[in-house]
Design a protein around this ligand. Sequence first.
Ligand SMILES: NC(=O)C1=CN([C@@H]2O[C@H](COP(=O)(O)OP(=O)(O)OC[C@H]3O[C@@H](n4cnc5c(N)ncnc54)[C@H](OP(=O)(O)O)[C@@H]3O)[C@@H](O)[C@H]2O)C=CC1
Ligand SMILES: O=C(O)C1=N[C@H](C(=O)O)C[C@H](O)C1
Length: 233
Amino acid sequence: MKIALLGYGKMGKVIERIALERGHEIVLKKDEFSTYDGLSTADVAIDFSVPTAAVDNISNCFHANVPVVSGTTGWLEHYDEMISLCNEKKGAFISSSNFSLGVNIFFELNEYLAKIMSQLDSYKVTMEEIHHTQKLDAPSGTAISLAKGVIENSQYTNWTLDEAQNNEIHIEAKRIGEVPGTHTVTYDSPVDSIELKHTAHNREGFALGAVIAAEWLAGKTGIYSMKDVLNLK
Ligand SMILES: NC(=O)C1=CN([C@@H]2O[C@H](COP(=O)(O)OP(=O)(O)OC[C@H]3O[C@@H](n4cnc5c(N)ncnc54)[C@H](OP(=O)(O)O)[C@@H]3O)[C@@H](O)[C@H]2O)C=CC1
Ligand SMILES: O=C(O)C1=N[C@H](C(=O)O)C[C@H](O)C1
């Protein structure tokens, strides 16, 4: 399969290695100043860039009729626009705040736990995410997805980085050294606590998940999620 890499930073480089190991060919490595030359020859594009570049990258894929897998976080305010463009161009799209198998299992557990805890007034939920100091966005896309998973299954209505008021979920975003990504969901009561925690040991899980998603998406049309790829629906 011919793959275009949109973003060739920390993630792009790990994705390149895993894609080559799985027998794929890289036809474009786009960073900030390079062009999209080669994009139209790709079977699929994988976007791990920066919040300000994701919309251009994804739009260019739809215009070039190339299926696109996007892992970039911090551009959610343009999500509906990209969905409309995908539908208009009859494109193929998967975006996820986290492509690792472990985090996608964690998402399922988070939703299940939220349903149970929604019946118990004595517990209050909070979230913590820890990432490396080069990360541009806060809170992480994964923390936002976790908060949405709770909101859709409980009485909580929104998340905040500030002190939580009624029905708000507080997210603590920490930036420390080279941490690849640690997320914790905590339910705390006066008598005990329950914690769900995922710790990434490196970037391999994110990158492998993105390559698997790209293999799954190539040749398809439509808008999908990691639930489709991993058969979690
Ligand atoms: N969904 C998931 O599973 C995961 C998502 N992420 C997300 O992926 C994104 C990338 O992370 P990471 O690799 O660590 O970040 P890096 O900062 O290491 O890499 C970002 C890359 O994007 C490039 N870039 C900047 N502008 C453009 C542009 N206009 N077009 C294409 N590329 C551009 C940069 O180029 P240059 O070097 O020239 O500046 C750089 O190569 C982040 O949003 C992060 O949150 C990260 C891990 C997992
Ligand atoms: O920027 C990162 O590094 C990561 N970003 C994603 C996010 O914002 O959730 C996923 C992962 O935690 C690593």
